[in-house]
Design a protein around this ligand. Structure first.
Ligand SMILES: [Mg+2]
Length: 200
């Protein structure tokens, strides 16, 4: 493969990694709430499901080691491997830079779950920040897989991404969608959809 390889950008949390379950389990007792992600209609200000200010929430995410303990989403490893086998460069763009060792911890997690060999790069941007600068730095992106509609809208609106994939979550259920964006309930269908929709 040469420089013509296509780029696939992946979000990490709630796309490749199930953070929501571990957040609810580990942070509910810290803040004295009974958080249930099934009721979340907003993920962009996640801390508000637990507490009023972002910093105590971030401190608790670090001390409770939530990104170390989260489980992979079903089919995450095979979806990455399938796209790599189809000649895609998989790049993770995550808003995990709230963690002081975001990249090292994330790579260790990818290794532990057998995904690291399918991922070429991982870029961590600050929480609440735009991902468009990081995505633009990759050149033309063929496919962008996200659960946060505002990130997908920003990248597609700026013309940085040819095709988008939104992974079904309660907080994006009200998103109206957009041209060249596909909604999936399972990562297991992404590689086939990528093939089927090429040039569509
Ligand atoms: Mg996400």
């Amino acid at each position: 493969m040469t420089g013509t390889r296509r780029v696939a950008v992946w979000d990490m949390d709630e796309v490749l990694a199930n953070l929501r379950d571990v957040l609810c389990e580990r942070l509910s007792p810290v803040f004295g709430v009974e958080a249930d992600w099934r009721a979340w209609t907003d993920y962009s200000v996640l801390y508000r499901h637990f507490t009023r200010e972002p910093q105590p929430f971030i401190d608790a995410m670090v001390s409770e080691r939530v990104i170390e303990h989260c489980a992979p989403e079903p089919h995450a490893g095979e979806a990455l491997a399938d796209l790599a086998a189809r000649g895609y460069r998989n790049v993770i763009v995550t808003a995990r830079a709230w963690h002081p060792a975001a990249e090292a911890v994330s790579w260790e997690w990818l290794e532990r779950h057998g995904m690291a060999a399918s991922v070429e790069r991982l870029i961590a941007v600050p929480p609440f920040a735009s991902k468009t600068g990081a995505i633009a730095s990759l050149g033309p992106v063929d496919l962008y897989v996200e659960d946060s509609a505002h990130h997908l809208d920003a990248a597609m609106g700026d013309g940085l991404v040819d095709r988008g994939v939104i992974v079904d979550r309660p907080w994006n259920a009200g998103w109206p969608g957009r041209a060249r964006a596909l909604r999936v309930s399972s990562l297991g269908t992404i590689a086939a959809e990528a093939d089927a929709r090429r040039g569509a």
